[in-house]
Ligand binder design. Sequence first.
Ligand code: BT5
Length: 306
Amino acid sequence: MQDTRRRILDSLADGPVSGPEMADALGVSRAAVWKHIEALRDSGFGIESRGDGYALVDVPEFGGTAVEHGLEAPFEIEYHDAIGSTNDRARELAAAGRTDVAVLADEQTGGRGRLGRAWAAPSGGVWLSLVCRPDVPTAHAPVYTLAAAVATAEALGAIGVDAGIKWPNDVLVDGEKITGILTEMEGESGRVSWIVVGIGINANVDADAVPETATTIREAVGDTDRAALTRDLLERFEALRSNPEGVLPAWRDAATTLGRRVRVETQRGDVVGDAADVEFPGTLVVETERGRERVSAGDCEHLRPV
Ligand code: BT5
């Protein structure tokens, strides 16, 4: 959001402020204040003109300005009511050199999972893709998927949804998938050029609009304030990406895979055994009959104990 508009909203947070007072505080003309107030009204903020000044009476339910309002993470929000895939749009922005942009949509018409799978993304979800340009080796990329899973599980926990992580990229509630994560990357000479972390949360969505194996926030606890959830998620992700060493301990805390018997389908075949640990940057360690095996990518299934 434009900096002056953000400052206007901040100044209105504590009650009504008169036009001249605001103009003085921001160092702009009264006409400029009025123009910004009009622009904020256009983007969904309810601002009344009263005897004691401008009063903020309503904030938009969802959208770029709703998320940016009070956001304490350095992401610019690009919001779409509907889009093919937020990951595709984020990749375009990344290829054009942008960073710290969060592409957000209410609905996706061509949402993607891993390996070309389709992702159901009806209106009412939180469909989000983050463009990041960390100066790290490409081999470290998986830790961003783990960070996104941790941030999501914690943000869901904060609204009363008891979510756990299934390695590597699923956030589940009672075994049903509530969030999927799709990380895509481009590198050069072994270093990351950009990473796009796509996060899809089934939020205010009917259970029959997503696959049988899935669940939604609506089903778990009822509809939620998606702007607040997105803000919380971005702030948690920001804290984790600034401190990559903290990601693994947080992931272990939130994961349901460790200690479970698992089958992981990998390109080299199935790995079956007990999930013992996860190692940087996201490698799953499995105790198998053949000894310890390390898996860096694959589809993981939790099995019943033998
Ligand atoms: C994923 O793939 O779980 C990654 C999903 C990432 C979606 C986000 S939304 C924002 C951004 N923009 C995009 O276009 N994508 C990202 P994978 O592990 O391959 O799981 C895909 C499988 O999950 C499908 O084959 C279905 O079985 C199932 N599925 C499809 N839609 C679902 C949904 N809404 N909720 C839960 N499961 C779903």
